[in-house]
Design a protein around this ligand. Structure first.
Ligand code: SF4
Ligand code: SF4
Length: 384
């Protein structure tokens, strides 16, 4: 029954992934925890909570659910909706402080862009350990006394996650197109839905084939940025669809330019809708709609003392820390997704962003102002 429930939550959560899906905040006991059991904290996004609970099967632990407004950890942290205030609030109100002896708190690594371990420590006395990126790695992380391998720190975009993203986009676009099409062009509804799902799956499943041609530059088209990338993948895809339509109509013995033009136009809209933020739909690129995608991460070597907090929270493994010389370097800077986690956590403010025109985004600005929906750093973080 638990498996059925887990599958149902996963299916509904995936279909509605573009919407907030909140669950109750507070304390959840996993198994039979005692005074020495680990304490973990995550967001109150329903799908995440179910996956973390499932990953923790067989472990006795406390799980705190903080208010992220029903949004997943990374998006909520980047958007200023999962903050120090939310973590401190659940620590103080859930009763966890009476249940355990130690003050060790495991937070999801992807919260590091919005939650500051230093502030949590100063204000509550709890020491933050940044957990792994994937829930499935939590048991190994706990067993290994909160140590993470580089693989546990790095975010990727595996097949199942790409399928989930394809389903999420296909479902929401199908609903919108159906609502518009029913009153105007009823007989086109099912072919349209088929096209949306087929194209969405094709775009996301084939992502590894063309991802190397995507990049922060994007191609400016009108007033917004489409992620056409340097290879113009979506244009190629659209060309393939047109060719398929021509072949299909010739094979059916009913070739008409009107048919090709009508469905060519419709598929161009679908491809544009699916591609409007292709890079932002993946965890391995910054959104093509966000101006932050062009920022470079800069290290001030004079300030760095090699504490390695940056290395522990970077989801792209951009850092290397020389433990003998006590200094970090950023050999993987080209992989940076401008999440800002390293800047937020660096205790010495040795990191900052630099824009292509030479403008500096200071650590204080990265901590205080988060990104709004179109990627402008305008959302002021509560309580800072
Ligand atoms: S950049 Fe900051 S967090 Fe990284 S090693 Fe240097 S001082 Fe530590
Ligand atoms: S180097 Fe880039 S990807 Fe890594 S934590 Fe810093 S901002 Fe994020």
């Amino acid at each position: 029954m638990n498996l059925v429930r887990f599958l149902a939550v996963n299916i509904v959560g995936t279909l509605l992934r573009v919407l907030p899906f909140p669950c109750k905040t507070g304390l959840v006991k996993i198994g039979n925890p005692d005074r020495n059991s680990p304490v973990l904290l995550t967001c109150n996004y329903h799908l995440t909570v179910e996956r973390v609970k499932r990953a923790l099967r067989g472990i006795n632990a406390y799980l705190l659910l903080a208010n992220s407004r029903g949004i997943n950890v990374w998006c909520a942290s980047a958007g200023g909706l999962f903050t120090n205030h939310d973590v401190i609030s659940v620590l103080k109100t859930s009763g966890i402080e009476e249940l355990v002896d130690r003050r060790d708190l495991i937070l999801p690594q992807l919260a590091a862009t919005g939650v500051e371990s230093k502030v949590i420590g100063e204000k509550t006395g709890w020491k933050v350990y940044w957990g792994p990126v994937r829930a499935n790695d939590i048991p190994a992380f706990i067993k290994d006394k909160c140590q993470k391998s580089p693989e546990m720190r790095e975010i990727d975009f595996p097949f199942m996650q790409r399928i989930e993203m394809a389903v999420a986009w296909a479902f929401s676009i199908s609903v919108i197109l159906t609502l518009f099409t029913i009153p105007l062009w009823r007989e086109a509804v099912f072919p349209l839905i088929f096209l949306v799902w087929a194209l969405s799956l094709l775009i996301f499943v084939s992502f590894p084939l063309y991802s190397r041609w995507l990049g922060p530059e994007g191609k400016r088209m009108g007033f917004i940025l489409f992620d056409f990338g340097r290879g113009g993948f979506q244009l190629i895809l659209w060309g393939v669809v047109i060719l398929s339509l021509i072949i299909y109509s010739i094979a059916a013995g009913d070739f008409r330019w009107g048919f090709i033009l009508r469905w060519g136009f419709v598929t161009s809209i679908i491809v544009v809708l699916l591609s409007i933020d292709l890079m932002g739909s993946t965890p391995v690129y910054k959104s093509g709609l966000h101006e932050d995608r062009l920022l470079r991460i800069i290290l001030d070597e004079k300030k760095c003392k090699g504490a390695a907090l940056c290395e522990g929270v970077c989801p792209r493994n951009c850092y290397e820390v020389d433990r003998d010389r006590h200094i970090a370097t950023i050999p993987g800077a080209s992989r940076c997704v401008q999440c800002g986690a390293c800047i937020v956590q660096c205790p010495l403010d040795a990191l900052y962003f630099k824009s292509p025109k030479g403008g500096i985004i200071t650590p204080e600005a990265v901590r205080r102002y988060k990104l709004n929906l179109i990627g402008r750093r305008l959302v002021k973080v509560e309580g800072r």
